[in-house]
Design a protein around this ligand. Structure first.
Ligand SMILES: [Zn+2]
Length: 435
């Protein structure tokens, strides 16, 4: 099995960005493998629109009025500047402390890392004119790095967008050394409609077919990345699961879903949830696989579910001897779309040690992939599917505790979250004993 999973992963290890011909090619390959097993996969197209950068320009304005431009890209779905561009004072926002925040009004700020909703709210309210985030590390060169194609997150859009750019970390250092008072910046976006596809296979339950366990993995990658780790591994592990289920179906129905366009905003799972209310109605829980197969790092299990579920999963780890850490939080992956309609999820991922992983870069390739790790993960998925789908009573209540509910609504934003419009379901505990 190990060799087969590895070969399949090698076969799909090339950039497969949302809406691209390569994404389509990957789904065709996965569909073909599934047909060879004797299943009839259902393929569904969906589309979404986004505003991608058409022109992005950031330059330091020197004392003599000349400009030194840096290679940058715009942030998808952020906001255009005036067509002729804008000039604003420059500020390096090292942290979101109270002192710094009094100094940013009307300025274009350089920041690091991903913006949380709260961080964005503070800089937006402080009146910044725009912002630049950094990509990569100070060890990069132009030849060995790509500018990350970030996206303005849905939950931030509740607060209103701003012109936003990405610059390499090495250029951020150069920019800071110039100590420019002002930057000149221009951003033009163009709207495009993206076509993508999901694939699903239904393996009917042998004795409780009306109850569904959804199991999913996304098969797209970010641009530049070969996406072996994120998430070619999860996609090919789904093939192993299907091969197994062909011979050993579970008591409950298992829906195996391969999602397109996860990396651009969970669009595949959004389309799936939207198109299949009847499936959602019957779905007891969702098992999501996102990131795996690397010889380095630890296995993680994210739980968007009750406290009891975490206890149950940890017990399964002890029983099965599978080495993994459980974390109770909403994972930024397709499982979140299922959480957003009230379905609890278990998400399996893999974390690299510092310096040992390059998610969303060209270094996510086959170099660190290990066939035994792939096999171990695939076997644990099979085990978990049976432990979920076979018991007399489904082991996980269809319930989201308050912390997870808040996490899901915060992740999508009040305005976009479906869960925000649904009443909270109370947890059903065993009734007390009485005479
Ligand atoms: Zn992923």
């Amino acid at each position: 099995m190990a060799e087969k999973i590895y070969e399949r992963l090698k076969a799909i290890s090339y950039p497969r960005p949302s809406g691209s011909a390569q994404e389509k090619k990957t789904l065709d390959y996965l569909a073909e493998q599934i047909r060879e097993m004797g299943f009839d996969p259902e393929i569904e197209e969906f589309s979404y629109t986004r505003r991608i950068p058409e022109e992005a320009y950031v330059a330091a304005v020197l004392d003599d009025g000349s400009e030194i431009a840096f290679p940058v890209t715009g942030i998808t779905d952020s906001m255009e500047t005036a067509p002729e561009g804008e000039t604003a004072e420059f500020y390096y926002l090292r942290s979101y402390d109270e002192v710094s925040l009094t100094r940013v009004r009307g300025k274009i700020v350089l920041i690091h890392g991903r913006l949380s909703m709260e961080e964005y709210r503070r800089i937006k309210n402080a009146g910044i004119a725009g912002y630049i985030v950094t990509s990569g590390t100070i060890r990069d060169t132009y030849e060995n790095s790509d500018l990350e194609t970030a996206r303005f997150r849905d939950n931030l859009s509740d607060l209103g967008a701003l012109p936003a750019f990405t610059i390499r970390m090495i250029d951020a250092v150069k920019l800071l050394r110039l100590r420019p008072e002002k930057l000149r910046f221009r951003l033009r976006l163009k709207e495009e409609t993206v076509q993508s596809r999901n694939l699903s296979v239904t393996v009917p339950g042998t004795s409780l077919p009306e109850e569904i366990l959804a199991v999913g993995a996304h098969y797209d990658s970010v641009p530049y990345s070969l996406g072996s780790w994120d998430n070619g591994a999860g996609a090919v592990e789904m093939l192993s699961l299907l091969e197994h289920l062909k011979e050993h179906p579970a008591r409950r129905t298992v829906k195996v879903i391969l999602f397109g366009s996860e990396e651009t905003g969970l669009h595949g799972s959004e389309a799936y949830v939207e198109a299949h209310p009847e499936v959602i109605e019957k779905t007891k829980a969702m098992l999501n696989i996102d990131v795996g197969g690397s010889i380095l790092g630890k296995e993680l299990i994210f739980l968007s579910a009750s406290d009891d579920t975490e206890v149950w999963v940890r017990q399964l780890l002890k029983e099965s001897g599978y080495e993994a850490v459980t974390v109770k939080m909403v994972m930024s992956s397709d499982s979140a779309r299922f959480n957003d309609v009230g379905i609890p999820s278990i998400s399996i991922g893999q974390d690299a040690p510092q310096g040992g992983g390059y998610m969303h870069t060209r270094y996510d390739n086959m170099d660190l992939i290990d066939e035994n790790v792939l096999k171990r993960e695939a076997e644990f998925i099979m085990y978990l599917v049976h432990r979920l789908a076979d018991p007399e009573v489904f082991p996980i209540p269809r319930f989201l505790p308050d912390s997870i509910r808040k996490g899901v609504i915060g992740y999508f934003g009040e305005k976009n979250s479906r869960l925000a419009k649904m009443p909270a379901v109370p947890e059903e505990k065993p009734l007390p004993f009485h005479f």
